[in-house]
Design a protein around this ligand. Structure first.
Ligand code: KG4
Ligand code: ZN
Length: 361
């Protein structure tokens, strides 16, 4: 059967990312990181991010094609691009470029919901056709996806590509945002998740008591504003009490904050899995790289006898390979556009808007 070649672009947040796929096999993936640009601000600065996307996008596309050893555009069957959710000024850059290239090379366009990409990310294969993950469970539907990133914390019921229902979501901050903000309170750097994880590994989570967010609420929602405030007061009080010895407490604070975030995620995941057992659980998005989350999730799901899949580490955070995989599935279903003039970026689109074949808020 003829293979499908997809060029995929993601500029939803702070990284300019381009990948080339042959079916579900990643031929190349290139990321122009903006970490250095945003580090001094302790968060992503949309105006700076947009400027960097504009500066980097052409070279990133060129390099991805070169690494995939595709010398001519004629081989590419379609262009997949993230059109939401994400930062509007950033999404615009990728979408405009994708439209420009689609027109220039006469290729259909596949607008992709960024969260659909995250959910499919464990199922990417390398250029030899092997899954990146050893012993990856088979994809069986229905599955429950826990999508945990800097912008999202959702529990999603998925019956197939293009068939999603949100069971629960965050009422305020996302889990990744909570990691980032708590790290910032102690001036540990950005992004906070991996830093907090590394420092927390040297600490003891039982030494400091923090509230377990939303534990008593009988639903599938999440909330991190209470934990954030508790951390703010805790850090202020411990600084006052311990003065120059405060830094020695940082590992325990990190370990406790991580434990509270991880436990609050798993509490709701467990509840959903008990009430409506899925055939598979996937845990995806930037926070799914967290080792403590992986360890505890595996233990809980083993007891429930439900297989769990995580993405390869480099595909946890934002990348265009996952957008290419979603694009490949959409292309197989004939879900691509020859006339894409009506497609616009949709910064706050939900995963449920990826149901069927519709574009827009
Ligand atoms: O999926 P992602 O790259 O971007 C969004 O779509 O938001 O996720 C970024 C988030 C950041 O908040 C970052 O702190 C968090 O993922 N993160 C982690 C880890 N690695 C990245 N959080 C906890 N532990 C990690 N190891
Ligand atoms: Zn993301």
């Amino acid at each position: 059967m003829k293979k499908t070649y997809i060029l995929a672009i993601d500029t939803s947040c702070d990284d300019t990312s381009v990948a080339v796929l042959r079916n579900d096999n990643v031929l190349s993936t290139v990321i122009a990181s903006q970490e250095e640009i945003h580090q001094p601000w302790g968060g992503v600065f949309p105006r700076l991010a947009r400027r960097a996307h504009i500066e980097n996008i052409d070279a990133t596309i060129e390099l991805a094609l070169k690494k995939a050893q595709l010398k001519e555009w004629s081989k590419i069957d379609a262009i997949a691009v993230t059109y939401g959710p994400g930062l509007a000024p950033c999404l615009e850059v990728g979408l405009l470029k994708a439209k420009e290239l689609s027109e220039k090379h006469n290729k259909p366009l596949i607008p992709i919901n960024h969260m659909e990409g995250h959910i499919l990310s464990p199922f990417l294969r390398n250029s030899n056709g092997k899954y990146y993950i050893n012993n990856l469970p088979q994809v069986h539907y229905p599955l429950i996806a826990l999508t945990v990133s800097g912008g999202h914390t959702d529990l999603v019921w998925m019956e197939g590509v293009g068939n999603y229902r949100i069971l629960g979501e965050t009422l305020d901050d996302a889990a990744g945002e909570a990691f980032d903000k708590i790290a910032r309170m102690m001036e540990l750097g950005f992004p906070g998740g991996p830093i907090l994880e590394e420092i927390g590994a040297k600490g003891d989570p039982s030494k400091i008591d923090l509230p377990l967010p939303m534990a008593k609420k009988p639903n599938y929602h999440f909330s991190y504003s209470g934990l954030k405030t508790a951390c703010l007061y805790l850090i202020r009080d411990l600084k006052e009490e311990h003065q120059e010895n405060f830094p020695s407490l940082i590992p325990d604070i990190c370990a406790s904050a991580q434990e509270a975030i991880v436990d609050s995620l798993l509490l709701k995941l467990k509840r959903a899995c008990r009430n409506m057992p899925p055939s598979l659980v996937v845990i995806v998005g930037g926070v799914s790289a967290n080792k403590r989350l992986r360890l505890k999730a595996r233990k809980i799901l083993k007891k429930l006898n439900i297989p769990v899949a995580f993405p390869e580490k480099k595909f946890c955070t934002d990348n265009a390979a996952m957008i290419g995989l979603a694009g490949y599935h959409r292309f197989q279903r004939g879900e691509f556009l020859e006339d894409f003039s009506g497609v616009d970026r949709s910064p706050s689109i939900t995963i449920e808007k990826a149901n069927g074949f519709v574009f827009g808020e």
